[in-house]
Design a protein around this ligand. Structure first.
Ligand SMILES: CC(C)(COP(=O)(O)OP(=O)(O)OC[C@H]1O[C@@H](n2cnc3c(N)ncnc32)[C@H](O)[C@@H]1OP(=O)(O)O)[C@@H](O)C(=O)NCCC(=O)NCCS
Length: 177
């Protein structure tokens, strides 16, 4: 397998057709999507994969598909994406993660995120990476803290500004130095 980044247990790579079915399942899982405005339809999941593949071709990174190295099982994504929506913290490159439920609670998100953040500075030449999560998504905020990112403020995402559940997003940042 062509892994762009590896860690002890995980391989991060561009998306492949075999990821489509398991990623569609994740998009239909209420628990996986509880901090997002809605579940993803099959078409929306496929479109997201296409957008991430294009992002990879253009920039050399994206929210990468993540495999368990031992079994080659796809467990979700972790990676970097250029965010251009308007706010005081953007444009910026953000780090994000979404794993299938069976892969939670094993330290995989933190392991993948740490490897990605290191690669952001050493492999992709970035100076700064930010992370966003709704302020009730403690599992996600925890990953930010565990990989050494620092809280820098809160922001409203323009596309969910009218949804009361997602009024406030925390913003964390890591810099190369
Ligand atoms: C956010 C998300 C990726 C976090 O996953 P996670 O499995 O909880 O995160 P981690 O990788 O940090 O693992 C957490 C736990 O695994 C446990 N663990 C078990 N084995 C471990 C190991 N070998 N190494 C490290 N931790 C291990 C730890 O106790 C840790 O809990 P702690 O932080 O309380 O100590 C997951 O909840 C998810 O996919 N959510 C839905 C999508 C989402 O909301 N994404 C973020 C949008 S902003």
């Amino acid at each position: 397998m062509d892994y762009i980044i590896t860690s002890k247990r995980l391989g991060l790579r561009n998306w492949s057709p075999s990821d489509i079915a398991p990623f569609i399942e994740m998009g239909k899982d209420e628990a996986v999507m509880q901090h997002f405005p809605k579940l993803l339809s099959e078409e929306e999941s496929k479109d997201l994969i296409k957008r991430l593949q294009l992002h990879f071709e253009k920039h050399g990174y994206c929210y990468f598909a993540v495999d368990l190295l031992e079994t080659s099982e796809f467990i979700g994504f972790t990676g970097l994406v250029n965010q251009t929506w308007e706010s005081e913290y953007t444009p910026a490159v953000d780090i994000g993660w979404r794993l299938k439920r069976a892969a939670w609670g094993k330290g995989y998100a933190t392991e993948a995120a740490k490897a990605c953040l290191d690669a952001a500075f050493t492999k992709f030449g970035l100076e700064e990476v930010v992370a966003f999560a709704t302020d009730t998504n403690f599992a996600s905020e925890n990953v930010m803290k565990k990989i050494g990112m620092k809280f820098i403020g809160t922001v409203q995402h323009p596309s969910i500004v009218d949804d009361n559940r997602f009024k406030h997003c925390v913003v964390y940042r890591a810099t190369k130095s």
